[in-house]
Design a protein around this ligand. Structure first.
Ligand code: HSE
Length: 373
């Protein structure tokens, strides 16, 4: 395999290092905007140098962001090159365009590192789905949020201090919005659901609530009631009806999710034959992520193209009824649906996920957390 590598940041450098000693794959050209010299690869600032090189059969996209990653990936598919990407935003956003195009052109498209970083989650899902019906996917898919929530719970930090620590350690970005508002997890559960259920989820029907409004007093409330708060994604397919959402969730102390430390991920599937299977590991970082990019190269060499058939567009129907903890805002609807008070906060009687997320949108200062089913 002759590889053109787009991007030489955290992941790109890791891919270069991990492929260096291999005989079955070689990074021959790297697109990098900085002045770097590499012993075994040509460095260029111009993507056309990779696109027009007929000896390159595979493009690894490790740039991140939507543009120009999308334009480069699309052009590479059109040129008949396999694609391996670690970019969940790119794959989730342009799923309906890039996956059918790759299938039409007969090239492979893999993106295992896009969900779960160092956990081979999507390739495990690929194996799991060929033996059984997948009923549910989801779990803890964002290391930054888990680090913040874990630090607040175990060390008693405020949200601001926990976020600062996550930034100092390089987990959270200077602008943490994508992680803390649940957008990163949203991309990951959409992609996972598409593969698990063989569909293309209508993204507008998948709500996401993040953790940015959580306070130390909320965490004290959870501890007092025997719960731990985690940002949990859910994708379900029951009798053809799909539901999908991202939300802070209160899990009982003792449940596997409650024990996930620091910036780790715990991603789960429920299959009709296997029952529950969970995958734990590092959701980010140079070598864990690069490991799965290089695994994808090995899978392409073994003839694996994409994880699942491309399926029809499906709208999520989030009619599941759940009880919610709510703090930081109130109104008549909430009062009507109140089951009990936890200090200044309330816990609702069962309400639909759809209704609760619509209410939160209208009350942006509120913090909501579902009580796990
Ligand atoms: N920002 C992501 C996280 C990195 O914190 O999990 C990997 O997608």
């Amino acid at each position: 395999m002759r590889i053109g590598l787009l991007g030489f940041g955290v992941v790109g450098r890791g891919v270069y290092d991990l492929t260096a000693a291999r005989e079955d794959m070689t990074v021959v050209k790297v697109v990098c905007l900085e002045d770097v010299t590499l012993p075994d690869a040509e460095v260029t600032k111009n993507f056309q140098d990779i696109l027009n090189d007929d000896t390159i059969d595979t493009v690894i996209e490790a740039m991140g962001g939507l543009h120009p990653a999308y334009e480069f990936v699309r052009a590479a598919i059109e040129a008949g090159k396999n694609i391996i990407s670690s970019n969940k935003a790119l794959v989730a956003t342009f799923y309906d365009e890039l996956i059918p195009l790759a299938k039409e052109k007969g090239v492979a498209f893999r993106c295992t590192a896009a969900v779960g970083g160092g956990i081979g989650w999507l390739s495990e899902l690929e194996r799991a789905r060929r033996m059984q019906t997948i009923e549910k996917v989801g779990g803890i898919m964002n290391g930054t949020c888990n680090y913040i929530l874990d630090s607040m719970t175990r060390l008693g930090l405020t949200y601001a201090d926990a976020l600062s620590q996550a930034q100092a350690l390089g987990y959270a970005e200077a602008n943490p919005t994508t992680d803390v508002e649940g957008i990163d997890t949203w991309h990951k559960v959409i992609l996972s659901s598409n593969i698990a259920f063989g569909i293309s989820l209508d993204k507008d029907t998948v709500p996401a609530a993040g953790i940015s409004k959580i306070k130390a007093s909320d965490v004290a409330n959870f501890t007092a009631h025997g719960f731990v708060c985690k940002l949990i994604s859910t994708g379900k397919c029951v009798d053809g009806k799909v539901s999908a959402y991202v939300q802070p969730t209160l899990v009982k102390l003792g449940e596997p999710e409650s024990a996930v430390p620091a910036n780790y991920n715990l991603i789960t599937l429920v299959g009709s034959a296997s029952g529950r299977m969970s995958f734990f590991g590092q959701g980010a970082g140079r070598y864990p992520t690069a490991y799965n990019v290089v695994q994808d190269c090995a899978d392409v060499l073994a003839g694996k193209s994409f994880y699942a058939p491309y399926g029809e567009k499906v709208a999520a129907e989030n009619t599941d009824l759940l009880c919610y903890y709510v703090s930081g805002a109130a109104d008549a609807w909430l009062e009507e649906n109140k089951k009990e008070s936890w200090g200044d906060a309330i816990v609702t009687a069962p309400v639909s996920v759809e209704k609760m997320h619509a209410w939160r949108k209208a009350h942006p200062d509120a913090f909501i957390a579902a009580l796990a089913e």
